[in-house]
Ligand binder design. Structure first.
Ligand code: NAI
Length: 306
């Protein structure tokens, strides 16, 4: 690890209380940054603050937790304002918060569930890019934005329909914003993780069992971990990536090059076979919306009988 790569730098990480976001917060702190972790879930946010205070001497002084709903513009603006007010600047914006969202057969998905999913996954990234861009332009020294997309945004069948469509949107939002902001030396990139063993995937299910299942989905012999994605995010956020912008960096142990999921049953009808993705053990055919690690219960509707 390159120690001190983010010394004196300030970052905001949405979805920073769990999984990939939490690993990114900890890595940024380890490498010298001050970090605002912005997350919907106040309980896991408090646990992050406690864990950092217990493990890394002094690092807690460089960490703030801000309870944030990324689908609400004012919340995201407030997280950026906290970075500016408490740490004096902004250098890195990581738009990472996510949920599995609406799932089930296309003919049964509720429009409200679809819109809610897009509110978190696409509007959340848009407002993060918007408020970071404002701060970076006012500062006049450039900046780095890293969005968390997914391999599900690159191909069909690697996630529920709404999730995959939203993540495809994040990839092109990244490219468009990179084009627009390049002249201000603001780099905009995204990561496309493969299957990573986080609470998003393993909630309601045994983490070890999900890990064993994930070991089988890609050519690499063992499954991806939050630290693997945090490392890629930190590369894109760092000066090591000075000339990288508009990139969608795939970090998936070879999943996409292998042609797709090798999970038993996740074949052509990926949208259906992935129906319970992120919603614990929802029975096949169930429709609803998973609210991920926010602390909110998923909405589960029984399979249609007609
Ligand atoms: P996670 O569930 O462990 O963490 C996601 C965090 O986002 C949670 O702390 C949650 O409270 C927060 N969050 C959700 N909705 C929010 C909202 N409206 N406002 C603020 N915070 C909110 O999940 P994980 O896996 O770490 O996910 C991080 C990102 O990585 C997500 O965008 C996800 O879609 C993406 N991803 C995950 C993959 C995986 O296999 N775990 C694969 C590809 C992408």
């Amino acid at each position: 690890m390159t120690i001190g790569r983010f010394e004196g730098r300030v970052a905001v990480v949405t979805g920073g209380a769990s999984g990939i976001g939490r690993a990114t917060v900890i890595r940024l702190l380890d490498e010298g940054a001050s970090v605002v972790a912005a997350d919907y879930n106040a309980a896991t946010g408090a646990a992050l603050v406690d864990d950092v205070a217990a493990s890394a001497a002094g690092a807690e002084k460089r960490l703030r937790f801000v309870r944030t709903d990324v689908s609400v513009e004012a919340d995201v603006a407030a997280a950026v304002s906290t970075a500016l007010a408490d740490f004096g600047r902004l250098d890195v914006m990581v738009n990472n918060a996510g949920v599995a969202g609406a799932f089930g057969p296309v003919e049964a998905i509720e429009v409200d569930d679809w819109d809610w999913t897009f509110g978190v996954l696409v509007r959340g990234v848009f407002v993060g890019v918007k408020h970071a861009a404002r701060a970076f332009k006012a500062q006049g020294e450039g900046g780095a934005i890293v969005n968390t997309a997914s391999v599900a945004g690159l191909r069909a069948g690697a996630g529920p329909l709404a999730y995959s469509t939203a993540k495809a949107g994040v990839i092109n939002l990244t490219r468009g914003a990179a084009l627009e902001l390049a002249e201000d030396r603001v780099r905009v990139n995204c990561v496309c993780p493969g299957g990573i063993n986080t609470p998003l995937l393993n909630q309601g299910v045994n983490e070890q069992a999900v890990g064993s299942l994930l070991d089988q989905v890609q050519p690499w012999p063992d499954h991806g971990r939050p630290d693997d994605i945090a490392a890629a995010i930190c590369f894109l956020a760092s000066d090591d990536a000075r000339f990288v912008t508009g990139e969608a960096l795939v970090v998936d142990g070879g999943l996409t090059i292998s042609g797709g999921l090798r999970l038993p049953g996740a074949g052509g009808a990926g949208g259906r076979s992935m129906a319970s993705f992120g919603a614990g053990m929802a029975p096949p055919g169930t429709t609803g919306v998973s609210k991920g690690s926010t602390g909110e219960a998923p909405v589960l509707r029984p399979p249609a009988t007609t």
